[in-house]
Write a new protein. Structure first.
Length: 237
Protein backbone atom coordinates (compact mmCIF):
# COMPACT_ATOMS: atom_id res chain seq x y z
CA UNK A 1 0.00 0.00 0.00
CA UNK A 2 1.70 3.18 -1.20
CA UNK A 3 1.24 6.31 0.90
CA UNK A 4 0.37 9.61 -0.72
CA UNK A 5 3.52 11.50 -1.63
CA UNK A 6 4.46 14.99 -0.60
CA UNK A 7 5.08 17.67 -3.21
CA UNK A 8 8.51 18.42 -1.74
CA UNK A 9 10.74 15.51 -0.76
CA UNK A 10 9.83 12.26 0.92
CA UNK A 11 7.09 12.14 3.53
CA UNK A 12 9.36 9.89 5.57
CA UNK A 13 11.51 12.91 6.46
CA UNK A 14 8.60 14.48 8.35
CA UNK A 15 7.07 11.24 9.70
CA UNK A 16 9.73 8.49 9.74
CA UNK A 17 7.70 6.27 12.10
CA UNK A 18 4.69 6.09 9.74
CA UNK A 19 3.55 2.45 9.53
CA UNK A 20 4.23 2.06 5.80
CA UNK A 21 7.91 2.95 6.16
CA UNK A 22 8.29 0.61 9.12
CA UNK A 23 6.63 -2.19 7.15
CA UNK A 24 8.66 -1.55 4.00
CA UNK A 25 11.94 -1.76 5.89
CA UNK A 26 11.00 -5.20 7.23
CA UNK A 27 9.77 -6.41 3.83
CA UNK A 28 12.87 -5.18 2.01
CA UNK A 29 15.11 -6.93 4.52
CA UNK A 30 13.09 -10.14 4.23
CA UNK A 31 13.16 -10.13 0.43
CA UNK A 32 16.65 -8.76 -0.23
CA UNK A 33 18.66 -9.14 2.98
CA UNK A 34 20.24 -12.41 1.86
CA UNK A 35 21.48 -10.67 -1.29
CA UNK A 36 23.27 -7.86 0.56
CA UNK A 37 26.36 -9.82 1.62
CA UNK A 38 29.14 -7.87 3.33
CA UNK A 39 29.90 -4.94 1.04
CA UNK A 40 33.00 -2.85 1.61
CA UNK A 41 31.35 0.06 -0.24
CA UNK A 42 27.59 0.53 -0.43
CA UNK A 43 25.69 3.21 -2.36
CA UNK A 44 22.14 4.09 -1.31
CA UNK A 45 20.40 6.11 -4.04
CA UNK A 46 17.32 7.99 -2.89
CA UNK A 47 18.40 7.82 0.72
CA UNK A 48 16.26 10.69 1.97
CA UNK A 49 13.81 7.83 2.55
CA UNK A 50 16.03 6.66 5.39
CA UNK A 51 13.60 4.47 7.38
CA UNK A 52 13.64 1.85 4.65
CA UNK A 53 17.42 1.31 4.61
CA UNK A 54 18.35 1.00 8.28
CA UNK A 55 18.79 -2.77 7.79
CA UNK A 56 21.55 -2.28 5.18
CA UNK A 57 24.98 -2.47 6.72
CA UNK A 58 28.33 -2.32 5.02
CA UNK A 59 31.79 -0.87 5.37
CA UNK A 60 31.64 2.57 3.72
CA UNK A 61 28.01 3.68 3.23
CA UNK A 62 27.41 6.54 0.78
CA UNK A 63 24.00 8.20 0.39
CA UNK A 64 22.66 10.12 -2.61
CA UNK A 65 19.45 12.11 -2.91
CA UNK A 66 18.08 15.19 -4.63
CA UNK A 67 16.57 16.30 -1.30
CA UNK A 68 19.38 17.39 1.04
CA UNK A 69 17.17 17.17 4.15
CA UNK A 70 17.52 13.40 4.23
CA UNK A 71 21.31 13.36 3.88
CA UNK A 72 23.74 13.05 6.75
CA UNK A 73 26.74 15.40 6.71
CA UNK A 74 29.91 13.60 5.69
CA UNK A 75 28.20 10.63 4.08
CA UNK A 76 25.56 12.21 1.85
CA UNK A 77 25.80 13.64 -1.68
CA UNK A 78 23.10 15.73 -3.34
CA UNK A 79 22.83 14.40 -6.89
CA UNK A 80 20.54 12.82 -9.46
CA UNK A 81 20.36 9.10 -10.21
CA UNK A 82 20.70 10.07 -13.88
CA UNK A 83 24.19 11.50 -13.35
CA UNK A 84 25.84 9.85 -10.36
CA UNK A 85 29.06 11.67 -9.34
CA UNK A 86 31.17 8.53 -8.81
CA UNK A 87 33.80 6.63 -10.75
CA UNK A 88 33.03 3.45 -12.64
CA UNK A 89 32.90 0.26 -10.55
CA UNK A 90 33.07 2.18 -7.26
CA UNK A 91 30.62 0.12 -5.17
CA UNK A 92 29.98 -3.48 -4.13
CA UNK A 93 26.23 -2.90 -3.64
CA UNK A 94 23.96 -0.24 -5.14
CA UNK A 95 20.44 0.14 -3.71
CA UNK A 96 17.66 2.28 -5.20
CA UNK A 97 14.35 1.88 -3.38
CA UNK A 98 11.41 3.59 -5.11
CA UNK A 99 13.73 5.64 -7.28
CA UNK A 100 13.72 4.32 -10.87
CA UNK A 101 10.05 5.19 -11.41
CA UNK A 102 11.03 8.85 -10.90
CA UNK A 103 13.69 8.71 -13.62
CA UNK A 104 13.33 9.43 -17.30
CA UNK A 105 14.92 8.04 -19.37
CA UNK A 106 14.62 4.84 -17.35
CA UNK A 107 17.45 3.23 -19.31
CA UNK A 108 19.83 6.05 -18.38
CA UNK A 109 19.12 5.62 -14.66
CA UNK A 110 19.70 1.86 -14.81
CA UNK A 111 22.85 2.41 -16.88
CA UNK A 112 24.19 4.76 -14.20
CA UNK A 113 23.46 2.23 -11.45
CA UNK A 114 25.30 -0.40 -13.51
CA UNK A 115 28.22 1.91 -14.24
CA UNK A 116 29.10 2.62 -10.61
CA UNK A 117 28.66 -1.03 -9.56
CA UNK A 118 31.68 -3.31 -9.73
CA UNK A 119 31.51 -6.54 -11.75
CA UNK A 120 29.98 -9.18 -9.50
CA UNK A 121 28.31 -6.50 -7.37
CA UNK A 122 24.65 -6.53 -6.34
CA UNK A 123 21.80 -4.24 -7.38
CA UNK A 124 18.85 -3.94 -4.96
CA UNK A 125 15.66 -2.26 -6.20
CA UNK A 126 12.06 -1.61 -5.31
CA UNK A 127 9.41 0.01 -7.51
CA UNK A 128 5.63 0.58 -7.30
CA UNK A 129 3.45 -2.01 -9.01
CA UNK A 130 0.68 -1.93 -11.63
CA UNK A 131 -0.03 0.83 -14.10
CA UNK A 132 -3.77 0.33 -13.46
CA UNK A 133 -3.11 1.73 -9.99
CA UNK A 134 -1.90 5.06 -11.43
CA UNK A 135 -3.47 7.97 -9.56
CA UNK A 136 -2.98 11.56 -8.45
CA UNK A 137 -0.45 10.18 -5.95
CA UNK A 138 1.85 9.17 -8.81
CA UNK A 139 1.47 12.54 -10.51
CA UNK A 140 2.32 14.48 -7.33
CA UNK A 141 5.22 12.14 -6.55
CA UNK A 142 6.78 12.74 -9.96
CA UNK A 143 6.45 9.16 -11.15
CA UNK A 144 6.88 8.35 -14.84
CA UNK A 145 5.55 4.79 -14.62
CA UNK A 146 4.48 1.88 -12.45
CA UNK A 147 5.64 -1.69 -13.07
CA UNK A 148 4.68 -5.29 -13.43
CA UNK A 149 7.20 -7.97 -12.55
CA UNK A 150 7.78 -8.76 -16.23
CA UNK A 151 8.22 -5.05 -17.08
CA UNK A 152 10.85 -4.61 -14.38
CA UNK A 153 12.67 -7.82 -15.31
CA UNK A 154 12.89 -6.71 -18.94
CA UNK A 155 14.29 -3.28 -18.02
CA UNK A 156 16.89 -4.64 -15.60
CA UNK A 157 18.04 -7.35 -17.99
CA UNK A 158 18.27 -4.83 -20.84
CA UNK A 159 20.65 -2.86 -18.60
CA UNK A 160 22.93 -5.90 -18.48
CA UNK A 161 22.10 -7.35 -15.06
CA UNK A 162 21.49 -10.96 -14.14
CA UNK A 163 18.42 -11.25 -11.91
CA UNK A 164 18.78 -13.23 -8.71
CA UNK A 165 15.36 -12.57 -7.20
CA UNK A 166 12.21 -10.65 -8.10
CA UNK A 167 9.03 -10.69 -6.01
CA UNK A 168 5.97 -8.60 -5.37
CA UNK A 169 5.59 -7.14 -1.88
CA UNK A 170 2.85 -5.66 0.32
CA UNK A 171 0.54 -8.52 -0.63
CA UNK A 172 -0.94 -8.68 2.88
CA UNK A 173 -2.35 -5.17 2.69
CA UNK A 174 -3.13 -5.35 -1.03
CA UNK A 175 -6.95 -5.26 -0.57
CA UNK A 176 -6.58 -1.97 1.31
CA UNK A 177 -4.29 -0.63 -1.43
CA UNK A 178 -6.76 -1.57 -4.18
CA UNK A 179 -9.64 -0.01 -2.24
CA UNK A 180 -7.65 3.19 -1.75
CA UNK A 181 -6.90 3.45 -5.47
CA UNK A 182 -10.57 2.89 -6.30
CA UNK A 183 -11.54 5.62 -3.84
CA UNK A 184 -9.05 7.99 -5.49
CA UNK A 185 -10.73 7.41 -8.86
CA UNK A 186 -14.12 8.15 -7.34
CA UNK A 187 -12.74 11.38 -5.82
CA UNK A 188 -11.01 12.42 -9.07
CA UNK A 189 -11.33 16.17 -9.52
CA UNK A 190 -11.60 16.89 -5.79
CA UNK A 191 -8.91 19.06 -4.16
CA UNK A 192 -5.76 17.02 -3.56
CA UNK A 193 -4.82 16.12 0.00
CA UNK A 194 -1.07 15.56 0.32
CA UNK A 195 -1.14 14.51 3.97
CA UNK A 196 -0.46 10.93 4.98
CA UNK A 197 -3.67 9.08 5.91
CA UNK A 198 -3.60 8.41 9.63
CA UNK A 199 -5.08 5.01 10.54
CA UNK A 200 -6.40 4.45 14.02
CA UNK A 201 -4.04 2.62 16.42
CA UNK A 202 -6.11 -0.55 15.99
CA UNK A 203 -5.94 -0.41 12.17
CA UNK A 204 -2.23 0.37 12.29
CA UNK A 205 -1.63 -2.72 14.43
CA UNK A 206 -3.51 -4.83 11.87
CA UNK A 207 -1.51 -3.39 8.96
CA UNK A 208 1.80 -3.95 10.72
CA UNK A 209 0.75 -7.44 11.79
CA UNK A 210 -0.10 -8.40 8.21
CA UNK A 211 3.22 -7.03 7.04
CA UNK A 212 5.17 -8.96 9.70
CA UNK A 213 3.45 -12.17 8.63
CA UNK A 214 4.28 -11.40 5.02
CA UNK A 215 7.93 -10.77 5.89
CA UNK A 216 8.20 -14.29 7.29
CA UNK A 217 6.79 -15.65 4.04
CA UNK A 218 9.07 -13.48 1.87
CA UNK A 219 12.16 -14.95 3.51
CA UNK A 220 11.25 -18.29 1.91
CA UNK A 221 9.09 -17.63 -1.15
CA UNK A 222 8.21 -15.06 -3.79
CA UNK A 223 4.76 -13.47 -3.80
CA UNK A 224 2.54 -13.40 -6.92
CA UNK A 225 1.03 -9.93 -6.36
CA UNK A 226 1.40 -6.81 -4.25
CA UNK A 227 1.65 -3.04 -4.53
CA UNK A 228 5.48 -3.06 -4.70
CA UNK A 229 8.12 -5.13 -6.49
CA UNK A 230 11.47 -6.04 -4.93
CA UNK A 231 14.43 -7.11 -7.09
CA UNK A 232 18.01 -8.25 -6.56
CA UNK A 233 20.34 -8.31 -9.54
CA UNK A 234 24.02 -8.91 -10.18
CA UNK A 235 26.40 -7.20 -12.58
CA UNK A 236 28.14 -9.92 -14.61
CA UNK A 237 31.88 -10.37 -14.12
Amino acid sequence: MTPPAQREGSASIDQPDYWWYTARSALLEAALGDQLGHPARLLDVGSADGPSVTWMRGGHHVSVDLDPRGLQPGRGVQASALTLPFRDASFDVVAAFDVVEHCDPEAQALAELARVLRPGGRLLLSVPAYQWAWSDHDVRAGHHRRYTRSRLLAAVRAAGFDVRRCSYGFAGVFPAFAAERLARRVRRGAPADDSLPQPSPAVERVLLGLSRAEARWLRRRDLPFGSSIFLAGEKPV
